[in-house]
Write a protein that binds this ligand. Structure first.
Ligand code: SAH
Length: 250
């Protein structure tokens, strides 16, 4: 069974079922390249939970804490966070219907009452009043280049809200390229925290199988409201990227 630091038995059971259902549905829907149970625990679940310490503080300020995961794919990190923090309201957003279909079935199976899986495009939804500046935190894992991620996510954030996004080990140049985007979008890059698969294995109290790898967790805070121009249509965001385009895949 999945094991992780402070999670209780129900939460760990939910993670184990999540992995089983992901493996089962993956054959039909091609949801992830990571198929081995221990690798799902490590690279999907423990990796997603790495955001928790950066979220707890900002979510604690809110009476009804709300979080959105942009481009959640098979439900990562959004559903993992929803399992770990049942007191938070979580929206798990993805543009692809088959991925949201999978998430909705999973949510029902696990009986998760605090999360909604929603099909839609971030750059459209972020202009709707019910979504604009309505979230204490936004997550995005492996969605796009950092500049694109910032623009897709910032509209959702309330002032002083946080964007937490995981990147690979070589994030330095991507950050330098994104400096002007941070300024335009009123984002302060607060911290860049390196972590590795062996750190994650330690939190699961299991030995690391296979090779180690390192990543960075970026935490950005929104300092002020932004122009209603942003986010622009996806084509315009991609076109204005400085430097080589990256898919954000890790
Ligand atoms: N966060 C997941 C999935 C990463 S793949 C994980 O870490 O495993 C990127 C996902 O982002 C895809 O499922 C894609 O459908 C979604 N996506 C890309 N651009 C998007 C947009 N503009 N709005 C909503 N979802 C988007």
């Amino acid at each position: 069974m999945f094991q992780y630091q402070t999670l209780n038995t129900l939460q760990c059971e939910r993670f184990s079922h999540f992995a089983e259902y992901l493996q089962q549905e993956n054959r039909a829907f091609n949801l992830t390249r990571i198929v081995d149970t221990s690798q799902i625990y490590l690279r999907h679940f423990a990796d997603s939970l790495e955001a928790l310490p950066w979220l707890d503080a900002v979510m604690a300020r809110s009476e009804k804490p709300r979080l959105i995961d942009v481009g959640s794919g098979a439900g990562l990190p959004g559903l993992a966070i929803a399992i770990a923090r049942p007191q938070w309201e979580v929206i798990s957003l993805d543009a692809t219907g088959k991925k949201i279909g999978f998430q909705q079935r999973l949510i029902r199976r696990l009986g998760l009452a605090n999360v909604t899986a929603l099909q839609g495009r971030a750059e459209e939804l972020a202009h709707q009043p019910a979504f604009r500046e309505r979230f204490d935190a936004v997550l995005a894992r492996a969605v796009a280049h950092l500049q694109v991620v910032c623009e897709l996510c910032v509209g959702f954030l309330s002032i002083d809200g946080r964007l937490v996004t995981a990147k690979g080990s070589e994030v330095g140049p991507e950050i330098e390229q994104a400096r002007s985007t941070f300024a335009t979008l009123q984002l302060d890059l607060e911290t860049v925290t390196p972590y590795s698969l062996s750190d994650l294995a330690q939190k699961m109290e299991t030995p690391l199988e296979g090779e180690d790898a390192s990543f960075n967790l970026l935490v950005l805070t929104k300092k002020a409201s932004i122009s209603s121009r942003y986010p622009r249509p996806f084509g315009a965001i991609k076109k204005s990227l400085s430097g080589p385009y990256s898919t954000g895949a890790r």
